[in-house]
Ligand binder design. Structure first.
Ligand code: PPS
Length: 290
């Protein structure tokens, strides 16, 4: 096999971005027209975006699972960070009928400026940073748009230094936690989805003011399990040309606690100290095992 052509990332205003998140995209966020009826799913990468997108799109289609799954998850939401931009304004986004479904991992510093003023409905998903880091490390192996890391150790150091794509896990999660009581923001934890998916689906539905017909809830839960989404070609990214799943599956493990297979004792001690330090003053708490 010829060597994979890997993308080169770069630092913009102190945040590392992959080459696909171009300067034009970041520039366009200053004037990107947010609509009040937009539906946004915002996450730090690998925190459970696809899982939440599947739930939101099923609820959006009146709990019609088949209707939601007519097209790939890759096409159901506009991925703001990678869309093909001409110069701003974003033509693709402008052409989309309302309500638009939008996903993004952009950090607070580079987020669409109008988001705070227009206040569309936003579901934010946060995941404990140890599992989040392990998932992102493995995604770098599979995603040919991203650079590779020689070793987990190299990635771990970069993650601790906020020097990975989309910037600091801490900045992103603390920022969105600080907005959790805004009427238009729903903050969901990946670990809660693992513990009780049905309750999370009900919370999301209530947040949007939608309802779930009798008996549908269990169908949606079943459809959104890890095993079911891994098998489903509409959600497992098998149609994503830049992801080589022979290197690492997109639906990789879907667990809480896999970090224990990666973190050395020393890394764990270093991270616990960093975590205690950086989370000081925030009431945000994550679970690292279930
Ligand atoms: S991306 O590329 O940022 O959009 O990736 P994202 O979807 O945020 O995160 C991928 C991780 O989420 C896991 N996942 C799930 N876990 C449990 N149940 C379900 N249904 C599910 N769907 C996706 C996926 O396996 C990735 O986590 P890891 O730990 O790598 O397995």
């Amino acid at each position: 096999m010829p060597p994979v052509q890997r993308g080169i990332d770069r630092i913009v205003d102190g945040v590392r971005h992959p080459w696909v998140t171009t300067d034009e995209i970041l520039e366009a966020m200053k004037t990107f027209e947010v609509r009040t009826d937009d539906i946004w799913v915002i996450t730090y990468p690998k925190a459970g975006t696809t899982w939440m997108q599947e739930i939101v799109s099923i609820l959006y289609h009146g709990c019609d699972i088949q209707k939601a799954d007519e097209i790939s998850i890759l096409k159901r939401f506009l991925f703001l960070d990678q869309q093909k931009t001409d110069v701003p304004p974003h033509n693709e986004a402008m052409r989309m009928p309302s309500p638009r479904l939008i996903k993004t991992h952009l950090p607070p510093k580079h987020m669409a400026k109008q988001l705070i003023i227009k206040k569309p409905k936003i579901v934010y998903v946060g995941r404990n940073p140890k599992d989040n880091a392990v998932s992102l490390y493995n995604f770098h192996r599979a995603n040919t748009y991203l650079r590779t890391y020689e070793t987990w150790d190299e990635f771990f150091d970069a993650f601790c230094a906020d020097d990975v794509i989309d910037g600091s896990w801490f900045d992103m999660n603390i920022y969105w936690w600080s907005l959790r009581n805004e009427e238009n923001v729903l903050f969901i934890k990946y670990e809660d989805m693992r513990k009780d998916l049905a309750s999370v689906i009900e919370r999301v539905s209530k947040f949007f003011g939608w309802s779930i017909p009798d008996k549908k809830l269990q169908d949606i839960v079943k459809h959104c399990t890890f095993d079911s989404m891994k098998k489903n070609p509409k959600t497992n990214f098998s149609d994503c040309e830049n992801i080589d799943q022979s290197l690492s599956a997109f639906m990789r493990k879907g667990e809480v606690g896999d970090w224990k297979n990666y973190f050395t004792k020393a890394q764990n001690a270093k991270f616990d100290k960093l975590y205690a330090d950086r989370m000081k003053g925030s009431s945000l708490v994550f679970e690292f095992e279930l």
